[in-house]
Design a protein around this ligand. Structure first.
Ligand code: GUN
Length: 291
């Protein structure tokens, strides 16, 4: 039997509706709308598309959204000046510096310059530290999207074997923290799972993956997860964003659908959830800053 689809498009729409209702309630109480400032440096096509989608999503949910487009030759100090200006702007609750940045700019220095209270991506080391310590201020968007996609579809996580293939700062590492953490009122998206973090250099990756009740592919390598690597009935979440002849393709081979119990596909799985969780973080930031 083919896997049950973990449909991020549908769940993302539902959750954006939940955020929009909370935004409308804030407006009715006379509060200013949550505001996102996105910063895009250069003319990377995929980044332009992501920023456009974010802008449309925020506007549709009743939030404020501004996009700051800077030329590729922008200096680091010019970019840091803009970030400082956004940090001080009371109408801005969330700041997103779209990655990748041009090579002459020190990405870490820019991400550390974003006010941690406005860090809608949850990329700042202070916020990653809070997450690691078990009392997060925000959750990083893609890991949070993965957790919501699993839990809201009833996939069991507590006590289960979760294998994450990928160790990036944006997905693999923070997702491992969320998966292993004990849940509590200050950490509602923690999962109580038993976690293994693997990667493309892991010895006998197939054997490690076959242990998984829940297998998350975030290695950034096209179709690295094949059907023989999946325990029958397991939940498989594809976080890959590879482009093949201009078309989006994941880290999970499509034939995995014949073995898995649940499958979050690419496209239509985690991607729409990531944007939804960005919206969620910007609302949280507005609640923290404005009350
Ligand atoms: N580039 C690719 N994904 C992301 C993301 O989630 N946030 C930012 N800021 N840049 C990205």
């Amino acid at each position: 039997m083919p896997a049950i689809k973990l449909d991020g498009k549908a769940l993302g729409a539902t959750m954006r509706g939940e955020v929009a209702a909370r935004v409308a309630a804030r407006a009715a109480a006379g509060k200013r709308p949550p505001g996102l400032a996105a910063v895009l440096v250069g003319d990377d096509k995929a980044s332009q598309q992501y920023v456009k989608m974010k802008h449309e999503t925020f506007t549709a949910a009743g939030c404020a959204s501004t996009v700051h487009r800077l030329p590729a030759e922008t200096t680091q100090s010019q970019l840091l000046d803009l970030v400082a200006q956004l940090n001080a702007d009371p109408a801005v609750h969330g700041i997103l510096v779209q990655l990748p940045l041009p090579r002459h700019i020190d990405e870490g220095a820019v991400l550390r310059a974003v006010s941690p209270a406005k860090d809608a991506d949850c990329f700042h080391p202070e916020n990653l530290g809070f997450l690691a310590a078990g009392f997060p201020r925000f959750y990083p968007c893609t890991p949070h999207g993965v957790v919501q996609l699993l839990t809201r579809n009833g996939v069991p996580l507590a006590g289960k074997e979760v294998v994450i293939v990928g160790r990036s700062n944006i997905v693999g590492k923070p997702l491992a923290l969320m998966m292993m953490q004990k849940p509590g009122t200050s950490n509602p998206a923690a999962c109580d799972a038993t976690v293994t973090v693997a990667h493309t250099r892991t010895a006998d990756l197939a054997a490690v993956c076959r242990r998984a009740d829940v297998l998350i592919a975030c290695a950034g390598r096209l179709h690295v997860i094949t059907p023989d690597m999946v325990k029958p009935g397991a939940a498989v979440v594809d976080v890959g964003t590879n482009f093949v002849n201009g078309k989006l393709a994941g880290d999970v081979h499509p034939a995995v659908a014949d073995v898995a119990g649940w499958l979050s596909p690419v496209p239509g799985g985690v991607g729409p959830m990531t944007i939804t969780m960005l919206l969620y973080n910007t609302l949280s930031a507005a609640e923290l800053i404005d009350g």
